[in-house]
Write a new protein. Sequence first.
Length: 145
Amino acid sequence: MTDPKRVSPEEAKVLIDEGYTYLDVRTQAEWAAGHPAGAHNVPFLVAGPGGKMVDNPEFLETIQKVYAKDRRLVVGCKAGGRSLRAARALLDAGYSDVIDQRAGFEGVRDAFGQLSEKGWAPSGLPVEKETPGASYEEVKALAAR
């Protein structure tokens, strides 16, 4: 298992400005409620039987069909857990430039629910609710071509 470099939301924004693609691995509903400006959505986890979250069986296949192995990717989620797992999976699959944005979109909370590390949104970085061509359904359609 390969560990990715982990960066703050501000460092991730600089990388995106330099040409990295932000890959948001949260659920479709989470992405639709607001995401980093320009983010593409490919969920790492999906609802399985009984609503329990399970690994998305199409995750790697979708990514591999749409993004070249040398595509520069910043991976983010809600608080940093899913994105770290997804970034490791991408590196293990042969992707060469994958960065994990720690603290995710909402940030990390301590045992008392207090924000202990700001995520993308609490850091005041650009957020949008729609990114043409970047929803999971649109990315999957590209993969199907």
